[in-house]
Design a protein. Structure first.
Length: 392
């Protein structure tokens, strides 16, 4: 037990009027249930404050409103890089729909890393695979339109010719220790040795963009010229490990597999983060660095009726000190969530409703981040068949 709060306690009375958040200074604190303000049909917001102090902002979305969908975004929509959440929203074309709300996304390589803006975990937007999964929880929408949280393990392999076989990672910093494949998403982010690879071009009917669970066959065209920024729309850049390098030559056939465990074949929306906070309504083990420290937090949760985008301000003693992950899990329980997952926090923590920043970023301004998760209102109503396969 923390001296100031009983972590992980969060339950609503059956009547739904109050929930127990925790013990503070040994005294049971009973807090009125979160009060939401309807801002438009299907969308509501709330601002909770507590004596810790905590300042929590929430956007709630009705899941039965078929006009809404999730849309992940890179820093420059379809390009890796660092950009503010407001600018990420501004880059969404009108054809994709109107952005209703947005929250910062996965952990990422910062401006001091070799490939700034590289998402640390799985990233898929509109079916396009951009970043490989890592040993960390992620969020995705399955092919039945249902949300999932779990560990996805990469089974990505690259075969050159008949015998040379290796694993690979996608759109990542290259140091020669492992094979890296880069797509056009990395154009502009490539640095140093990453610019000295081999160009792959189409050699089959199944080619780009890369998608989860697929097999893609190409041919080595030759080395990338130093003056070229990166692969074109129908090319990939292959940066081989020391063990694979001897097999690479112009004209060699290359076979890429983007299999995962579990299989995510057909998944069009996925975002890394983690760890999971709730599973089946109960707190998880939440094993992560700094999980027991109080920091600004961002997270996504849901129950059968609603989605919840939640941010907790932190590192601002007069406003909000931030939460531990168990405290955050308890808050989601108080909202009535059954599932929830942590996202990147700290200076990245940010939540927008329309073009309005709801929270108080701890740096006093928007931080440039790598990814985001947006709730978008569809530009045009979809057919009943399309709504069924993309159920929100």
């Amino acid at each position: 037990m923390e001296s100031s709060a009983l972590e992980g306690v969060g339950m609503k009375w059956a009547k739904g009027f109050v929930f127990i958040l925790g013990f503070i200074s040994g005294v049971l604190e009973v807090v009125e249930a979160t009060e939401f303000k309807i801002v438009r049909p299907g969308v509501a917001e709330a601002h909770d404050t507590f004596n810790e102090p905590w300042s929590v902002h929430v956007v709630r979305i009705n899941r039965d409103h078929a006009e809404f969908r999730f849309l992940p975004s890179l820093g420059f929509r379809d390009r890796i890089g660092l950009n503010t959440l407001s600018e990420q929203i501004a880059l969404i074309p009108k054809s994709a729909g109107r952005v209703v709300a947005a929250i910062n996304g996965d952990f990422y390589a910062t401006e001091n890393d070799p490939m700034p803006g590289d998402p640390r975990g799985l990233f898929v937007f509109e079916g396009q695979l951009v970043s490989s999964p890592i040993e960390r929880d992620c969020f995705w929408m399955d092919t039945n339109g249902l949300p999932r949280i779990g560990m996805v393990r990469s089974l990505f392999t690259v075969r050159v010719g008949a015998e040379a076989l290796d694993t690979f990672v996608l759109n990542a910093d290259y140091d020669g220790s492992e094979t890296v494949v880069c797509s056009t998403a990395a154009t502009g982010a490539l640095r140093g040795d990453s610019r000295r690879g081999w160009i792959l071009s189409v050699d089959s009917s199944v080619w780009l963009p890369l998608k989860l669970g697929g097999v893609f066959t190409g041919v080595v065209l030759g080395r990338m010229e130093a003056s070229v920024e990166g692969p074109t729309a129908q090319q990939l850049l292959l940066l081989p490990s020391a063990s694979l390098a001897p097999a690479i030559k112009s004209g060699a056939k290359v076979r890429l597999s983007t299999a995962t465990n579990p299989s995510l074949l057909g998944v069009t929306t996925a975002l890394g983060g983690g760890p999971a906070l709730l599973s089946g309504g109960q707190p998880t083990a939440m094993r992560a660095v700094k999980s027991r420290e109080r920091h600004p937090r961002s997270a996504l949760g849901w129950n059968p009726s609603y989605w919840f985008l939640v941010v907790v301000d932190g590192r601002q003693p007069g406003l909000s000190v931030g939460m531990t992950l168990p405290e955050l899990a308890g808050y989601f329980q108080g909202l009535g969530c059954t599932e929830a997952m942590n996202l990147d926090g700290g200076g990245s923590t940010e939540l927008l409703l329309g073009n309005r920043i709801l929270n108080s970023p701890c740096y006093g301004h928007e931080r440039q981040t790598a990814t985001s998760l947006m709730v978008v209102e569809r530009a045009q109503p979809k057919s009943a068949t399309e709504q069924k396969t993309e159920r929100f």
